[in-house]
Design a protein. Structure first.
Ligand code: C5P
Length: 311
């Protein structure tokens, strides 16, 4: 088991924002079984955090509300895989990539449709590139090569590396940044019931659904909200079949003044979008009192600024 300790005192900390699928349309299936998706994606101020420091030997520790859920999984954690793959890539370029103490503050529920593991891996890549100098040196690893390395870690890792509003197509690798998507006050709710991603995809009744219709560039908040009403998450129906509590989550969010309520990814986390941060905070307070065992958090989605400018 990984030891538990806090995040204080590290050389560098890096946010690992939650990934929210504002929409997820399943538009087909590849020959290898993976589904083709059209996704409108944003990220939230709330998320996990990665911290790194130089160390005598490689070392990985955990803290946070959901650290215990990772338990004996530490060796297989995607953060470790990200560290190893990045080190290999940098060493091939002649960089040193010396030992590091990596820490993960796990604030997001595990396997909950908001990209936790992918967000952690992407944040580890950003933090280690900074620490090892791989982003701005002779050994620079950036652009397409970094995207390929990220994609090798998981379909959602390239978008989590961008951590800005975007549209992703294919299985998530074809990314188009959307600089006009506004920040939204949000509440995230998870009934802390795990939903199996492969099982959710397997139960899809229809795999060739209509593609995402995206507003023209420069669209303002009211138009985005209206356009998003016409979008879907095609995984909702199969996920609710597996975990009926998701329908209750959507119902309570809808009753709390949210303008738009939808499930993210393959669930079970759902989000509500509110007019103001005060409305989101009020709704989160009420929902947390109603359902003390659920994960409930008020946050804001990030705008188009670069992650570290926002932090
Ligand atoms: O991306 P992740 O590892 O969570 O995917 C788990 C499983 O979900 C895959 O092995 C696959 O069965 C299914 N999946 C899919 N199409 C995608 C993404 C995931 O069928 N685009």
């Amino acid at each position: 088991m990984c030891e538990r300790e806090g995040i204080a005192g590290f050389a560098l900390t890096e946010p690992a924002p939650a990934k929210i699928n504002l929409a997820l349309h399943v538009t087909g299936q590849r020959e290898d079984g993976y589904h083709l998706l059209d996704m409108l994606v944003t990220f939230t101020a709330f998320g996990d955090r990665i911290a790194v420091s130089p160390a005598q030997a490689d070392h990985f520790t955990l803290s946070g509300r959901f650290a215990a859920a990772l338990k004996d999984d530490c060796k297989d954690n995607l953060v470790i895989k990200a560290r190893d793959r990045l080190r290999d890539a940098l060493r091939q370029r002649g960089a040193a990539a010396p030992p590091v103490h990596l820490h993960l503050e796990k604030n997001l529920p595990i396997a909950s449709g908001i990209g936790g593991g992918s967000a952690d891996a992407a944040a580890a890549l950003r933090a280690l590139l900074n620490l090892w100098g791989g982003a701005h040196s002779d050994h620079e690893l950036a652009g397409r090569e970094l995207e390929v390395l990220a994609l090798g870690l998981g379909a959602d890792v390239p978008m989590c590396l961008a951590a800005r509003p975007l549209i992703a197509r294919g299985i998530g690798e074809a990314i188009e940044l959307r600089t006009d998507l506004p920040a939204f006050p949000m509440v995230l709710v998870n009934p802390l019931i795990g939903v199996s991603t492969p099982e959710t995809f397997r139960l899809l009744a229809q795999k060739n659904n209509p593609k995402l219709k995206v507003p023209k560039a420069g669209t303002g908040r009211p138009c985005w909200l209206a356009a998003m009403q016409g979008m879907r998450n095609d995984l909702e129906a199969p996920a609710i079949g597996l975990a009926p509590a998701i329908a209750s989550v959507k119902e309570v969010l809808a009753g709390s003044g949210a303008r738009l309520v939808r499930m993210s990814g393959s669930g079970a986390t759902c989000f509500g979008i509110y007019d103001t941060m005060a409305a989101a905070q009020h709704a989160a307070g009420t929902l947390a009192k109603m359902q003390p065992d659920w994960f409930v958090v008020a946050t804001t989605s990030l705008g188009t600024e670069k992650l570290n400018d926002a932090a």
